[in-house]
Design a protein around this ligand. Structure first.
Ligand code: BGC
Length: 382
């Protein structure tokens, strides 16, 4: 979290302003152990827990189902909290109809064309769950798995280690993939996600997080007024099945130019063939910094009305910006309000979609003996 936000929280407390909307007051310090409560049960009786974490003025609720961020609360410029992530109130809704709300995505974020790829001369057929394509790991991806969770307090950080082992052949992917994801809330209120995976056979992997953000608060309406900046001069145009054509197209002079912050709604109705196909923004931006050893700033999202901001830093080469095009008013969030098209957006750090079939894209191959490691940091301010 940035200094100005800390000052606001402290200021709100000093002025006796109720720095909360959902119980409790804003804490600028943390280090308290995550708290576990029963959230619900799956049809087979498996208990699903909700873990509550708080540090540096940020509050997070995480489910053992899908590693789902069920709630992410941050203050606005007056110290008032809101849950800025779309989701559901019950486990039944998550199981029955979630469009990946808040979930961990694996083994492969976004699409692999026709669910097919060839690795070391062997052909693989993945679970196909999006027309002809394999999306977000197939019919039962990491978003629908039960994760083992271990809480931790380390120095001034609090967090959770989440573990899931995907067996050889699951959803068609080769190799036993041992996955560990760490969610950390720092004393500054940053939410950091560290992904790690190892395999016992050559495979492909591309893990990400599918939080739907609305910095005005979930259920509060459109994100079209949010301003977005993405440090990318190129993006990967797609075909009708939302599979990249392989081209790295320039954003200059197109609605895809977010190099300078602009309101999301400004160009979303431009009749550009790529926007028509995807019903809005649903593309991978080729981050100018490329793959980096350490996370570097790649995007800033800001809601001018509340003053809430979120900065994203990653070591990944790509960012999928999805403007919630398929939300259609049929899902109801914890606030009791429905989600309509563009009521939340995703910013998914990743390798590019369909990389296993695009030799010119950065490789997503993981081999035995290697460890897959990526990090994404969300910094909140106001
Ligand atoms: C994809 C969209 C998809 C959505 C699912 C996003 O990551 O880019 O095409 O519809 O996930 O909710």
């Amino acid at each position: 979290m940035e200094l100005n936000r800390r000052t606001v929280i402290a200021g709100a407390a000093a002025a006796g302003v109720a720095a909360t909307t959902l119980g409790g007051t804003a804490h600028a310090t943390g280090g308290r152990k995550p708290v576990k409560t029963l959230f619900g049960k799956l049809a087979d009786g498996t208990k699903i827990y909700s873990w509550s974490l708080e540090n540096g003025g940020t509050r997070l609720k995480v489910l053992s189902y899908g590693g789902i961020v069920q709630s992410l609360e941050i203050p606005d410029r007056r110290g008032r909290y809101a849950n800025v992530s779309a989701g559901f109130a019950t486990i039944d809704d998550y199981v029955a109809k979630s469009p990946y709300f808040g979930a961990l995505i694996g083994r492969y974020g976004n699409r692999i064309g026709k669910g097919k790829f060839t690795l070391d001369g062997k052909n693989y057929q993945l679970s196909v769950n999006d027309g002809e394509q394999s999306l977000h790991g197939g019919a039962k991806g990491f978003d629908k798995r039960v994760w083992d969770i271990e809480p931790f307090v380390k120095g001034s950080d609090v967090g959770l280690h989440l573990y899931y082992t995907s067996v050889d052949g699951e959803m068609g992917y080769p190799g036993t993939l041992k996955t560990k994801v760490t969610y950390t809330l720092t004393r500054h209120g940053d939410w950091r996600v560290d992904y790690e995976a190892t395999t016992d056979k050559a495979t492909v992997v591309n893990l990400t997080s599918h939080v739907y953000f609305n910095l005005a608060g979930e259920g509060s309406g459109t994100i079209e007024d949010h301003e977005l900046q993405i440090a990318a001069s190129r993006y990967t145009p797609t075909d009708a099945g939302l599979i990249p054509t392989g081209e790295l197209a320039k954003v200059a002079g197109t609605p895809f130019d977010f190099r300078k912050a602009k309101p999301i709604g400004r160009d979303i109705r431009v009749s550009h063939p790529q926007l028509v196909t995807a019903k809005g923004f649903d593309h991978n931006w080729v981050l100018d910094k490329g793959i980096t050893a350490r996370p570097e700033h790649v995007a800033t999202l800001r809601d001018p009305a509340s003053g809430r901001t979120m900065k994203i830093a990653t070591n990944e080469p790509g960012l999928q910006f999805y403007s919630g095009n398929f939300l259609d008013g049929t899902l109801t969030g914890p606030s009791g309000r429905t989600y309509r098209q563009g009521d939340a957006l995703c910013l998914e750090t990743q390798h590019f979609p369909d990389s296993p079939n695009k030799p010119k894209f950065p490789s997503t191959v993981l081999r035995p003996g290697q460890t897959y490691r990526t990090t994404t940091i969300h910094t909140f301010g106001c």
